[in-house]
Design a protein around this ligand. Structure first.
Ligand SMILES: *Cc1c(COP(=O)(O)O)cnc(C)c1O
Length: 414
């Protein structure tokens, strides 16, 4: 049998298809508010370049505390535009977390730069600052990190390394809205932070993304790059319609008004979604505490953000995208069997990510990386199971997931 949901892209089970899982890994939470907002846009003459995009940007800036937020067509687009705006180009090297979504690395390669991958910490899945430091060379232009599954990366050390070497920091915050470090929202610690509104993320716009930054010049440049490199935007800078100049290359990576209108409504619900996620995460973690041979990534470590309070609203908050368990070495080979067994119990588990990015064929063929260079990232790809904690599930579902994991792990130890 094939394992369902081995990739984040396939984790969303559309409502129109027969439910293969009684507890899907993720499900978009769309209500009457989103439907009404979309109907309003469709009844208006403005489907793109409009007030909803600006409102969504302002609301997202307010939510994160960012001076500037720029909406894009996806997180991948935000990452690429961010890298371009930071001046990443042909011949540059960028140190990239090995254990992440391929979009973090593709953004760099699409600028013509080379990814130099750095291994993860086994405890959190986040990039290991020692590995980042070791990968820096005189050719390094930036460091691109991910807040793995919503758990904040070790930013104070990463920023110190970046400062020492005078390089920029790109934060992939796709799974981290609501994640804070000492009261600062992630995405505002480095030079740019990029978020995703893909259907199974914390909030959705169908497809969509957002870039936040403290640097006004970077925000201005991202705004131009997302609309063909045109020097004036349509919404508030063009006195005579159709009058503009083009001084550079750019793409079309705008978020349309339909998506933006959905985003405005979703963002109002985000605090509630986050509190459900954190509650589900804490309950599942507690229920799994005495299951032998597993540990919870990003929660059972001794690091300051890994403590009990990190699951509340304190200074170092975890965005709790999912709860990923790492199987101990003795049972790691049974990972796929455990996922199949969870599938039979009606639980939609997933894997983040199926291989470290440097071992995906494109990167492996290009750079000839050896798996031994990324032992921790490989262990996580081969030995972890991501379990749902989203707002589509409640306490009873969490208890059912815990019982199914306990049974599946016991079964494979027989
Ligand atoms: C989902 C995801 C992306 C890609 O987001 P899109 O909006 O689909 O482009 C990038 N990085 C991470 C960590 C993700 O989880």
């Amino acid at each position: 049998m094939t394992i369902a949901n081995t990739e984040p892209q396939s984790a969303f089970v559309p409502a129109t298809e027969p439910r293969t899982h009684t507890i899907p890994f993720g499900r978009p939470m769309i209500g009457p508010e989103e439907r009404a907002a979309v109907a309003d846009v469709l009844a208006s003459p403005t489907l793109t370049h409009g007030p909803k995009m600006r409102q969504f940007e302002q609301d997202f800036a307010a939510f994160t505390g960012a001076p500037r937020a720029v909406a894009t067509s996806s997180c991948a687009a935000a990452l690429q535009l961010g890298a371009m705006a930071l001046g990443i180009r042909l011949g540059d090297e960028v140190v990239v977390a090995a254990q992440t979504h391929t979009a973090t690395a593709h953004a760099i390669e699409l600028c013509g730069a080379r990814c130099i991958f750095a291994d993860s910490e086994l405890e959190t899945g986040n990039v290991d600052p020692d590995a980042v430091e070791a990968a820096i060379t005189p050719g390094t232009a930036a460091i691109a990190i991910v807040h793995y599954l919503g758990y904040p990366a070790a930013m104070s050390r990463i920023l110190a390394i970046a400062k020492t070497h005078g390089v920029a920091v790109i934060e992939d915050c796709a799974l981290a809205p609501g994640a804070m470090i000492d009261g600062t929202h992630v995405g505002l610690l480095g030079d740019v932070g990029c978020f995703s509104f893909y259907p199974v993320k914390h909030i959705t716009t169908g497809e969509g993304g957002m870039l936040i930054t403290r640097r006004p010049a970077v925000a201005d440049q991202v705004e131009r790059l997302r609309a063909f490199g045109i020097d004036r935007n349509v919404v508030d800078e063009r006195q005579i319609p159709g009058m503009y100049d083009v001084q550079q290359l750019g793409m079309n990576c705008r978020l349309n008004e339909i998506g933006a209108a959905i985003g405005v409504e979703q963002l109002k619900k985000l605090p509630e979604f986050l509190s459900i996620r954190r509650r589900n995460f804490a309950r599942l973690r507690n229920a799994l505490r005495d299951v032998p041979d597993i540990r919870v990534i990003g929660a059972d470590s001794a690091s300051p953000a890994g403590n009990e309070e990190a699951l509340g609203d304190d200074a170092s908050a975890h965005a709790c995208y999912c709860l990923s368990i790492l199987l101990d070495e003795g049972i790691r080979a049974e990972r796929d069997r455990i996922i199949e067994s969870l599938g039979r119990a009606g639980i939609g588990a997933s894997i983040y990510y199926p291989r470290p990015v440097p071992l995906m064929s494109y990167y492996r063929n290009k750079y000839d990386y050896h798996p031994d260079a990324f032992r921790n990232a490989v262990a996580i790809s081969d030995g972890s199971i991501a379990l749902p904690v989203g707002p589509h599930i409640g306490a009873q579902d969490v208890d059912a997931i815990a019982a199914a994991v306990r049974a599946a792990v016991a079964e494979c130890r027989e």
